[in-house]
Design a protein around this ligand. Structure first.
Ligand SMILES: [Zn+2]
Length: 149
């Protein structure tokens, strides 16, 4: 069973109307990549380039994309890695693995947000403790003041 296919790349200013299969289009000006799902289902897969999304390595000849591309929202649920211009198929993830990955993503994003709008049911240890401490100090000050007054 052959599980590796070539993936060419094209650096473009804008994505063409019709994408060619087996070509990864890279629009550096928009920090975005686009390609047709490697399984052949014909779905256009857009992957943004950023430190939190995908990273592109161009060695002068071939491209490598990190991390893997998991099309969980597509019916095909294809999962592959593009390494030095070659598609390497990766295993399918179970629903639990996807849910766990999404939960972790969500947690990371919520923890990044300012915690000023409590109540926040998701624990964000560092920031929540900070708020509690501040609240406790404020209460201490307040009660001391009212006792003194
Ligand atoms: Zn597909």
């Amino acid at each position: 069973m052959i599980r590796a296919e070539p993936m060419r790349h094209k650096f473009v200013d804008a994505f063409p109307e019709r994408l060619e299969r087996g070509v990864l289009y890279v629009a550096l000006d928009f920090a975005t990549m686009s390609h047709l799902c490697a399984c052949g289902c014909g779905t256009e897969v857009v992957t943004p380039l950023s430190p939190l999304d995908w990273r592109l390595t161009f060695d002068g000849v071939t491209i490598t994309i990190n991390p893997s591309i998991g099309n969980w929202s597509l019916p095909c649920r294809s999962h592959y890695v593009i390494k030095q211009g070659v598609i390497h198929w990766a295993g399918d993830w179970s629903d639990e693995q996807i849910a766990e990955g999404r939960r972790r993503d969500l947690l990371a994003k919520r923890q990044e947000q300012a915690p000023s709008s409590s109540p926040n049911p998701i624990p964000a240890p560092a920031t929540r403790r900070g708020i509690l401490r501040r609240l406790r100090n404020w209460l201490k000050k307040f009660s001391a003041y009212s006792i003194a007054g």
